[in-house]
Design a protein around this ligand. Structure first.
Ligand code: ARG
Length: 458
C-alpha cells in the first residue's frame, strides 16, 4: 500500500494490531455512500472527468453488490474498510480507481462513515423506543384503575395504580429519546473534505457532499472534524442512560415475577425453565437486560478512556472507537426489544397487587391527611395519631378500613365515620388528583396526552 516509501512489508503482529477490517467492515454501506458523494462532487468541480466519475460510481455499485451478496472480505493486509473497498474497486475498474482518493484522506473518510453509521444507529434506537413507549401506553391504559402498592425503600408506602407506574417508565423513555435526538442534531455536520487534518488545495465543494449525505452543514474546522469522537460518545452516554432505565424496569419484572410478590406472570416466550427444578419460570430476559446495562456503561467508559488526552488531530488510538459503539448498539437493541416483548405479553396479577396494597397499611397517609383536613390537627400530631391506629390494626390483624369506628375513636375521639371514605385503597388513589398524581382520571389524561405526542422526534 505504501509501496513508494516502504521496502519491507509489516511484521505479522504489526499487520494484526493495525487491522480494523474485522470490525469496521460494518461501515461498508456508509463507506460506499461517502465515496459516491465524494466522486460526484469531484466531477462537478472538474477535479476528475465526468467519464472517470461515471466509471468509479458504477464500480462502487458493483463492489456494493458483491459485499451485499458475499460479505466484505477480511483482508488484514489491506487494514480497513476504506482500503479493502478501494482495492475491490481497482479490481473492477483498474487504475482509474486511484482517482477516487483525490482531495480526501482516510481521516475525514472514517469520520464521515462513522457519523453516518451512528446516525442510522440513533434512528434505529429511536424506532425501538417508540415501540416500547407504545407498549407501555397500551398496558398503562389497560391498568389505569389497577391498584398496586407503591414503594419507597421497597416498603409499601402508598397505593398507586399500575398504569401510573408504567407511565413513569414512559416518561423516562421520552427523555431518553430526547437525548438521542439531541445527539443526532449535534452529530449532523459533515467532516468530509477536512482531508487528513488541514483541508485541501483542491477546489472541493463541501456543501455539496454534506447535502448529498443528508448532513445539515459541513463542519467548520478541519482539525476538529477528523479528531473528535464526541458524537460517538454522546450516542454511548445516551445509550447508557437509556440502558439504566431499561435495567430498572427489568429489575421490577424480576421482583414482580418472584413467587413472594407474584405481581406478574411472564409469558412462556419471555421466561425459561430450570434444568433441575421443574416448578421454575425464570425471568432470564429481564436479568440479561439488567446485565447488559453494565456492559453498555463499559463501552461508554472504554471510548472515554480512548479519547482522553489525545492531541490534535487524528491518532490511531481512535480506530478503537468502533468496537464499543457497535457492541453497545447491539446490546441496547436487544434490551429494548426484550423489554418491549415483556411489557406487551406480561399478565399482571391485579388481584395479588390489590391484596398487597391493602395489607401494608398503605392508606395510613390518607388517614393522617384526613385528620389534618377534617379534624384540624397539625400534620405532626396527625402522623402520631395515625401511628397509633396502625399499631392497633397490626395488633388486631386487620387492615385500616376494617377497624370499627369504636376502635378508631379509642385512639382519638376526633375521628368520625366519614373517615371510612378515605381508608380504602381505591379512595386513596382516586384522591391523588394533583397534576402528575396517581388518580385513575389523571393517569388516563396523561395517557391521552402522551398518545397525541407519540410521533417520532424528527
Ligand atoms: N481504520 C482507520 C480508523 O478507523 C482509518 C483512518 C486511518 N488513518 C490513518 N491516518 N492511518 O481510524
Amino acid at each position: 500500500m505504501w509501496g513508494g516509501r516502504f521496502a519491507e512489508g509489516p511484521s505479522a503482529v504489526m499487520r494484526e494490531i493495525n487491522a480494523s477490517i474485522p470490525f469496521d467492515k460494518r461501515l461498508w454501506q456508509q463507506d460506499i455512500a461517502g465515496s459516491k458523494a465524494h466522486v460526484a462532487m469531484l466531477a462537478a468541480q472538474g477535479i476528475v472527468s465526468a467519464e472517470d466519475a461515471r466509471t468509479i460510481d458504477a464500480g462502487l455499485d458493483a463492489v456494493a453488490a458483491d459485499y451485499a451478496r458475499d460479505g466484505v472480505p477480511e483482508n488484514l493486509a489491506l487494514e480497513d474498510i476504506h482500503m479493502v473497498t478501494e482495492n475491490a474497486l481497482a479490481e473492477k475498474i483498474g487504475a482509474v480507481a486511484g482517482r477516487l482518493h483525490t482531495a480526501r484522506s482516510r481521516n475525514d473518510q472514517v469520520a464521515t462513515d462513522f457519523k453516518l453509521w451512528v446516525r442510522d444507529a440513533i434512528d434505529e434506537v429511536d424506532a425501538g423506543l417508540a415501540a416500547l413507549q407504545k407498549a407501555l401506553l397500551d398496558r398503562a391504559h389497560d391498568h389505569a384503575d389497577s391498584v398496586m402498592p407503591g414503594f419507597t425503600h421497597l416498603q409499601s408506602a402508598q397505593p398507586v395504580t399500575l398504569g401510573h407506574h408504567l407511565m413513569a417508565y414512559y416518561e423516562m423513555i421520552a427523555r431518553d429519546r430526547g437525548r438521542f435526538a439531541d445527539a443526532r442534531a449535534r452529530l449532523n455536520w459533515c467532516p468530509l473534505g477536512a482531508a487528513a487534518l488541514a483541508g485541501t488545495g483542491f477546489p472541493i465543494d463541501r456543501e455539496a457532499t454534506a447535502q448529498a449525505l443528508g448532513f445539515d452543514e459541513p463542519t467548520r474546522n478541519s482539525l476538529d472534524s477528523v479528531s473528535d469522537r464526541d458524537f460517538a460518545l454522546e450516542y454511548l452516554t445516551a445509550a447508557t442512560q437509556c440502558a439504566l432505565h431499561l435495567s430498572r424496569l427489568a429489575e421490577e419484572f424480576v421482583i414482580w415475577a418472584s413467587q413472594p410478590f407474584g405481581f406478574v406472570a411472564l409469558s412462556d416466550q419471555w421466561s425459561t425453565g430450570s434444568s433441575i427444578m421443574p416448578q421454575k419460570r425464570n425471568p432470564d430476559a429481564a436479568e440479561l437486560v439488567r446485565g447488559h446495562a453494565g456492559r453498555i456503561a463499559g463501552c461508554m467508559t472504554s471510548l472515554m478512556m480512548t479519547m482522553k488526552g489525545l492531541p490534535l488531530a487524528y491518532s490511531k488510538d481512535m480506530q478503537d472507537d468502533k468496537p464499543p459503539v457497535f457492541e453497545a448498539h447491539d446490546l441496547i437493541g436487544l434490551a429494548i426489544a426484550a423489554m418491549t416483548g415483556m411489557v406487551e405479553s406480561a399478565s399482571f396479577r391485579t388481584d395479588r397487587m390489590r391484596a398487597l396494597a391493602e395489607s401494608g397499611f398503605a392508606t395510613a397517609t390518607d388517614l393522617a391527611d384526613w385528620l389534618v383536613r377534617e379534624a384540624g390537627l397539625p400534620f405532626r400530631e396527625a402522623h402520631h395519631v395515625t401511628g397509633r391506629v396502625v399499631a392497633l390494626a397490626e395488633q388486631e390483624g386487620v387492615t385500616l378500613d376494617r377497624l370499627t369506628l369504636d376502635q378508631l375513636k379509642s385512639v382519638d375521639t376526633r375521628i368520625d365515620e366519614r373517615v371510612f371514605e378515605v381508608l380504602s385503597v381505591d379512595a386513596s388513589v382516586a384522591s391523588r388528583m394533583s397534576f402528575g398524581g396517581t388518580a385513575p382520571e389523571r393517569v388516563r389524561a396523561a395517557i391521552a396526552e402522551a398518545r397525541k405526542n407519540q410521533e417520532p422526534h424528527r
